[in-house]
Design a protein around this ligand. Structure first.
Ligand SMILES: *[C@@H]1O[C@H](CO)[C@@H](O)[C@H](O)[C@H]1NC(C)=O
Ligand SMILES: *[C@@H]1O[C@H](CO)[C@@H](O)[C@H](O)[C@H]1NC(C)=O
Length: 499
């Protein structure tokens, strides 16, 4: 087919065209297109396993491979990188030579080695079908998931106790590619474990009744949260990122390059859902992806303030910055539940966007300090009362809309952020002095409350962490209500999408 002189003519024509280094794959192809400049960063330095095709656009076997290769890329989205290097491009020829490429196409699997600077490279000699390629790559995904048994649970939990952990409860004896990829994303951030359903003590300890179920242990004594969203990579990563930001798929580019389409692709690829067809082309950086307002199905509950001392320490001393407090009556109410859910969604959203936001707290209205504060502010203790208070500046604001839905609460929060709207003056005597002897407060209890280290500097992360006070028992009991797991609704498309 390829008459040498015809090929030569074709190449001459191509090189005559401006920037017509036409590769085999279209810009929007699921195949990650890598060149010599990017290879080290996107492939060698990635924590993901990659398969790389070294090809020439004119080669017939390369053209024949294209549909299967693109299909493999789609199936492996979020799990591994499927990349291609055009060896016909002069700039890539030294790279192809140094990788020992002698014919086209040459397929190599590049597998990162933890702790080593260089990855391991092996030739792929298998069939050139999508399923054979997918299987071979999946076999080469690193596994950082810890298998937990009843007898090793305590060790898993006590290992760096304050660090977040996540546990998948499953009927399977193997670790899925999806869970492996999640453990890679959160390597050194969240320790991921897997428990088989026959480990009955562990299953009972967390009150698990369905498989698979994924739980997040935010760290310390904070209670665990049950994931009840879809079994898809993107929502799971969003859920887990409440406890820590995932690693990028590859290091960011050193300097700004004019052709950043390949970077963009690399980043959005592995972090996007494996079952959506093509991840939004608009995402420039991971941060930009996260700007999209996503309602997660299980945002961590906002932390709770259960004592007057703590209320003073966090929000009511003369050094404290803005706090949002939701006073909730005993037994709760539909409005209270909705208001708290809206606040946890907003805290989550802001944490995703890495924007600073004042902390949100739930305060039981029956707590002595809370009752006194509500009285002083002339707020009846019913349903739910949400206020913002800045003790340092001496102002407060009341959320007085009837609707506790997320949009309505968000516009109130935004107004506070932008310092719009009316601030009311805090009544005298509510704010404690942040030294040993605090001054008058409505409660006698306040007099011994304030402590010198009392000032949270308005860290937005505070709002997403569950404090030890949030629940008497850590991680020991099944969650109730909103955090209950529900039946995973979607049928996964391919086996590797499953947990
Ligand atoms: C990538 O890693 C392989 C395997 O260690 C090595 O042979 C190759 O030179 C590296 N490529 C680049 C561009 O750094
Ligand atoms: C790879 O994982 C390590 C933790 O094991 C992390 O520190 C590093 O940032 C990750 N690399 C990239 C490119 O994200």
């Amino acid at each position: 087919m390829h008459h040498p002189s015809l090929c030569a003519v074709a190449v001459a024509l191509l090189s005559a065209l401006p920037s017509a280094q036409a590769g085999l794959y279209a810009k929007k192809s699921p195949v990650l297109q890598v060149d010599a400049k990017d290879f080290d960063r996107l492939i060698n330095k990635s924590n993901y396993t990659s398969i790389v095709e070294f090809y020439a656009p004119w080669c017939g076997h390369c053209q024949n491979l294209k549909p299967a290769y693109e299909k493999a890329a789609k199936n492996l989205e979020g799990l591994a990188q499927v990349a291609a290097v055009n060896c016909d491009d002069d700039a890539n020829k030294p790279l192809c030579g140094s990788m020992g490429v002698q014919g086209f196409p040459t397929l190599k699997i590049v597998r990162p080695k933890k702790g080593a600077r260089k990855p391991t490279v092996t030739d792929y000699q298998g069939q050139r079908t999508a399923s054979a390629i997918v299987e071979a790559v999946v076999q080469n995904i690193n596994n950082y998931v810890t298998r937990i048994e009843d007898k090793t649970l305590d060790k898993f939990l006590s290992d760096s106790q304050d660090k977040p952990k996540a546990i998948l409860f499953t009927e399977k004896g193997t670790t899925s590619a999806l869970l492996k990829s999640i453990a890679i994303d959160f390597s050194d951030v969240i320790h991921i474990g897997q428990v088989r359903n026959k480990e009955t003590k562990t299953v009972e300890k967390f009150g698990i009744s369905k498989f698979p179920t994924l739980i997040l242990l935010p760290g310390g004594d904070a209670p665990h949260v049950v994931y009840d969203g879809e079994i898809k990579k993107e929502p799971i990563v969003k859920f887990l990122s409440q406890a820590g930001q995932p690693n990028p798929v590859s290091p960011p580019p050193k300097e700004k390059k004019k052709s950043k389409s390949s970077d963009t692709k690399a980043k959005s690829k592995a972090s996007s859902s494996s079952s959506t067809t093509s991840s939004s082309a608009s995402s420039e950086t991971p941060a930009a992806t996260q700007e999209v307002p996503v309602i997660v199905e299980t945002a961590l509950p906002i932390p709770s303030i259960n004592s007057h001392d703590k209320l003073i320490k966090e929000c009511l001393n003369d050094k404290s910055h803005t706090c949002v407090l939701a006073f909730v009556p005993e037994g709760g109410s539909e409005k209270a539940r909705k208001g708290l859910e809206s606040l946890s969604q907003l805290a989550f959203k802001h944490a995703q966007g890495k924007r600073k936001l004042f902390p949100f707290y739930e305060v039981p209205a029956s707590n002595e300090g809370a009752a006194g504060l509500l009285k002083a502010l002339d707020l009846p203790a019913r349903d739910v009362q949400i206020i913002a208070v800045n003790a340092r500046r001496g102002w407060w604001r009341h959320y007085d809309a009837a609707d506790f839905g997320v949009e309505s609460v968000e516009s109130w929060i935004d107004a506070i952020r932008l310092s719009e709207g009316v601030k009311k003056k805090l009544p005298e005597g509510l704010v404690a002095i942040a030294v040993e002897e605090s001054t008058a407060s409505q409660e006698e209890a306040a007099s011994k409350a304030a402590t010198p280290e009392a000032t949270p500097e308005g860290k937005s992360e505070d709002a997403t962490k569950v404090t030890p006070e949030a629940s008497g028992e850590a991680a020991g009991k099944p969650e109730t209500g909103a955090t209950q797991a529900s039946e995973p609704s979607a049928e996964p498309e391919t086996a590797h999408d499953e947990l």
